[in-house]
Design a protein around this ligand. Structure first.
Ligand SMILES: [Zn+2]
Ligand SMILES: [Zn+2]
Length: 243
């Protein structure tokens, strides 16, 4: 079994070779050699720092927004890199539907940047799971393709067995927050043995209403995880677009 640094350099070489064989093109403008060129990157709507810790909405004070003020949420904090719009939306679609390993690594770099700016002290990284049926259709879980390279970057344990999805969801599109909550309520089962006492970072591609994160975090905390934080590439800005 090769040691972790060797394994990592083999992975880096494999990725570089892949890039050489199939050079990426900018998802925004088509320029060759990069996933997102500097110009398209400069147009990304980054999430500002002074957003609500729980839903990511803009708030003038740090902490909770007026909407989250009275809520008791199962997770201790939420952060995302950018709003789900423009080239970020294209990048997430690419991650979800193009079966391209390198985009996951690229977007994990964004998650890394966001994580570095938090004071979270995490000891296990867990992707939001998808159901068997969806995995069979798509062939992979896109959240895993973010969480795994992020765990490598942070040199932290990763587990896709700590939390599994038992209920295949009917579509969340068009549902309001309460309906989404009801829809995902019983969707997850945690492995209590693996999560007990752990501070867990839940990773997903997009944060829409937060109902998925809430359900997953509730299950983890109910299985004696010490704390749960949530991190996503993008957050739907309801003022800009609904998807
Ligand atoms: Zn571009
Ligand atoms: Zn809020």
């Amino acid at each position: 079994m090769p040691s972790r640094p060797i394994l990592r350099s083999v992975q880096t070489i494999a990725r570089t070779t892949l890039d050489w064989l199939f050079p990426p093109t900018c998802l925004g403008c088509g320029e060759e050699g990069v996933f997102i060129c500097p110009e398209c990157f400069s147009r990304i709507k980054l999430i500002p720092r002074d957003v609500c810790n729980f839903c990511g909405s803009y708030t003038s004070k740090q902490g909770k927004c007026v909407n989250c003020d009275n809520k008791v949420l199962p997770y201790a904090g939420f952060r995302a890199f950018a709003y789900y719009d423009g080239v970020v939306r294209k990048a997430v679609h690419h991650l979800k539907y193009q079966n391209d390993l390198t985009i996951g690594h690229y977007l994990a770099g964004w998650l890394h940047l966001v994580y570095e700016r938090t004071d979270w002290d995490v000891d296990l990284i867990v992707p939001i799971p998808i159901g068997e049926q969806k995995r069979a259709q798509r062939g992979y879980n896109q959240a895993e393709r973010l969480a795994k390279p992020l765990a490598e970057m942070l040199d932290m344990p990763f587990s896709n067995e700590s939390l599994i999805r038992i209920n295949e969801l009917s579509s969340q599109v068009g549902l309001n927050h309460e309906e989404r909550r009801e829809n995902v309520r019983q969707a997850f089962v945690a492995n209590a043995h693996m999560v007990k006492g752990k501070t867990i970072l839940l990773v997903d591609d997009v944060f829409t209403s937060g109902a998925t994160m809430e359900a997953a975090a509730t299950e983890l905390v109910g299985s004696d995880a010490q704390k749960v934080y949530c991190l996503t590439v993008a957050k739907v800005n309801h003022l800009l677009d609904l998807d």
